[in-house]
Design a protein around this ligand. Structure first.
Ligand SMILES: [Zn+2]
Ligand SMILES: [Zn+2]
Length: 288
């Protein structure tokens, strides 16, 4: 089969490779695969795969072409692929916190060959059936930024009439804006350019604060208070610097932020991988 293979740091090449062979996992014909900031970090060396050559792609959707006997899915089913492969059996895997699994197999596109290929293998439990109304391109994106945004908003407990501050409006941030708005919050976005501010408004932000590199974050708490009176009810952090990870400065009195997850640790670091997902003020380290 053909795959886009990371042959070494900075070199991605489309070439023939062996079809993945693991009988207890389903085989999916990839119809769409998203490109995330993560892939760019694999190319620039901030992240590294466990070995080369490696197939990137952690957000993909396609059609099941083979499934183990007894599986709930069968050939022809349309699916999105959830990339985190926990053991499936431990307390954490069984209670929806598989990112804490101590026996995790890894992550497709991070430590296991991913979806930049004609075919990819994944456990059946990681395949999410798609309704006909959701196309493959949409499903692929939802399997990363979409699910992360929904999960973060649920963890934060976003409620009707409250105010959510969304810092960073790249792919995931724009999803958080839409989800928080759909859950009834009014959203203030923080962008680093006018172009991104326009996108944030289009996604549903009622206000956008544009910060520049020099003194933007120093002014941000005051600007948020000017817009809200008392501060925001929720803070979603998608930038990942020490300065931006001090959410209590933007929140109203009475909040009890419990941010979790360390600062990025650089090349290949677990924290760096996990911090590509948003942290809510209630704390989250992964989109799972
Ligand atoms: Zn992604
Ligand atoms: Zn587990």
């Amino acid at each position: 089969m053909k795959a886009a293979v990371l042959e070494q740091e900075g070199r991605l090449r489309v070439r023939e490779i062996e079809t993945p062979n693991r009988a207890d996992w389903a085989l999916v014909a990839v119809r769409a695969a998203g490109v995330c900031g993560t892939e760019l970090h694999f190319l620039d060396g901030m992240l590294a795969p466990p070995s080369y050559p490696f197939v990137l792609g952690h957000e993909a959707a396609g059609v099941v072409v083979d499934a183990p006997a007894g599986a709930a899915l069968s050939e022809g089913d349309r699916v999105a692929i959830y990339n985190f492969v926990g053991c499936g059996n431990c307390l954490w895997c069984r209670t929806g916190r598989e990112e804490l699994c101590r026996s995790a197999e890894g992550q497709l596109g991070f430590s296991l060959d991913g979806g930049f290929a004609e075919l990819v293998r994944a456990p059946v439990r990681n395949l999410i059936p798609l309704p006909d109304s959701v196309d493959f391109e949409t499903a692929a994106i939802l399997s990363c930024s979409g699910m992360s945004a929904v999960h973060a908003a649920r963890l934060a407990g976003v409620e009707l009439g409250k105010t959510a501050l969304v810092n960073g409006v790249g792919g995931v941030g724009l999803m958080v804006v839409q989800v928080a708005r759909a859950m009834g919050a009014s959203v203030i976005a923080v962008a680093d350019s006018d172009a991104k501010a326009a996108l944030a408004r289009e996604a549903g932000a009622v206000e956008v604060v544009v910060v520049d590199a020099d003194d933007g974050y120093q002014q941000l708490p005051e600007r948020v208070r000017q817009l809200t009176g008392a501060g925001a009810d929720y803070y979603f952090e998608l930038v990942g610097t020490t300065e931006t990870m001090l959410p209590n400065r933007h929140l109203r009195c009475g909040g009890a932020p419990r941010p979790r997850g360390g600062a990025p640790t650089g090349r290949g670091g677990t924290a760096a991988r996990r911090n590509r997902h948003p942290l809510s003020a209630r704390g989250d380290t992964h989109g799972a």
